[in-house]
Write a protein that binds this ligand. Structure first.
Ligand SMILES: Cc1cc2nc3c(=O)[nH]c(=O)nc-3n(C[C@H](O)[C@H](O)[C@H](O)COP(=O)(O)O)c2cc1C
Length: 385
């Protein structure tokens, strides 16, 4: 362990190096190329077993653990890499995805090397069935506002293959992590949605994969067929109640005898009354935390008729506004539902915008693009100042 002053000095050096050397090089690639390159790097790094203890040792030096009680559990850090990076390859069918797992292929790049480096990671979103994702250009960056935009379209190997993959490696999984399960875009029948969520959760539990928390993603704005997600109070009630019932029923198979708490992730584009109704549902069903928010659907730079989810600077103010509304509502009704801030947390000031509302844990994604692989350590350090 090194002193705080030395840690800050080291991080400032890294920050200058990333800003002035690494980032300009990475930004010579398009956002799409950089995204693909990052996955290639992650895949390669996962296989370098000599590297993993070094990454862990580095984080031990630059980001000491800080325990925080939030969302029905005690996290070893208040900062979580949000869903969407460690979610795996896309597949056309479950058969193909399971065959890749059986063949020993790494279908979830980053699963092994990112947790030692960045700390807490939310894996997923995983849908019940694999999704190949959208074709063409699906990621952009807006450097002036430090924003990202994507319409990746929930590309993932599907819950069953992801569970089989992680289950076969559960001895190597990090001490703490989350798993994000998304309702399948385009499925409008509530009974089918519920079945799919239960089958997804059940696949992880059956594979012996008990994360520190599960997140149910009700807001998937980046798919053509489902721009509004599943965020009505009635749908949320049915899905959350069924998910929690399944987790309670299966608690005997948990190694700790405790079931992972359920968090729910919402979008930034709902009306105030809708957020109030949802928070009431979360409190009534036993959801432990709400992640606010997912990305904001806005026209893409290439085609104003096509929407894609914006994260980072252009999302931040709205995400804070939603988080403030939820925190006020939580206080007014004494709801036992924590709010996890998410949206444009990229430095000390943006972190404090959420912290100032009384929020103790935050998720980030775009910060990785603009602040680099040690973003989490930078945020922790700058948040203390
Ligand atoms: C490329 C990309 C893919 C994403 N995929 C998912 C996803 O699969 N599930 C999800 O819940 N959120 C996903 N997100 C949203 C992030 O988890 C996060 O909520 C959002 O980017 C806002 O945080 P930020 O402003 O720090 O980026 C994705 C974000 C990006 C940039």
């Amino acid at each position: 362990m090194i002193r705080k002053g030395a840690r800050t000095a080291l991080l400032r050096l890294y920050d200058a190096g990333y800003r002035h050397l690494a980032r300009p090089l990475i930004f010579r690639m398009s956002a799409q190329q950089a995204h693909q390159q990052m996955h290639a790097w992650l895949r390669r790094a996962d296989g370098q077993t000599w590297l993993l203890p070094l990454l862990g040792a580095l984080r031990g030096v630059i980001q000491p653990p800080v325990a925080v009680n939030v969302g029905g559990t005690t996290l070893e850090s208040p900062l979580i890499l949000a869903a969407g990076l460690v979610k795996g390859d896309g597949f056309a069918s479950e058969e193909e995805a399971l065959a890749a797992v059986a063949a020993g292929r790494n279908i979830i790049p980053g699963w092994r090397c990112l947790p030692p480096l960045v700390g807490l990671v939310e894996f997923g979103s995983f849908t019940r069935w694999p999704r190949p994702g959208n074709p063409g250009t699906v990621t952009w960056r807006d450097v002036v506002t430090c924003s990202t935009q994507n319409r990746i379209g929930l590309r993932n190997p599907g819950a069953r293959a992801a569970a089989a993959f992680l289950g076969a490696r559960r001895a190597l999984l990090p001490r703490q992590y989350g798993i994000n399960i998304a309702v399948s875009p385009g499925v409008t029948d509530l009974a089918q949605q519920t079945d799919e969520v239960l089958e997804s959760l059940g696949a992880f539990v059956a594979a012996g994969v008990f994360p520190t928390w599960f997140t149910l993603n009700l807001s998937c704005p980046n798919t053509e067929d489902d721009p509004r997600g599943h965020q009505t109070a009635d749908e949320a009630r049915a899905l959350c109640a069924a998910a929690l019932a399944l987790l309670r029923e299966r608690n005997a198979s948990s190694p700790t005898g405790r079931i992972p708490p359920l968090w729910v992730k919402v979008g930034p584009d709902l009306g105030d009354e809708q957020y109030r109704a949802l928070l009431r549902v979360f409190a009534e069903t036993g959801v432990a935390a709400v992640v606010a928010t997912n990305t904001l659907p806005l026209p893409t730079p290439d085609d104003p008729a096509v929407l894609a989810g914006v994260g980072g600077g252009r999302l931040h103010a709205r995400a804070v506004e939603v988080a403030a509304l939820l925190m006020a509502e939580r206080a007014a009704h004494s709801y036992p539902v924590d709010v996890i801030g998410c949206g444009g947390v990229q430095d000390g000031a943006t972190l404090r915008a959420f912290a100032g509302l009384g929020i103790t844990a935050m998720q980030y994604w775009t910060a990785l693009v603009y602040r680099g692989p040690l973003a989490s350590a930078l945020l922790a350090d700058e948040g203390e100042r």
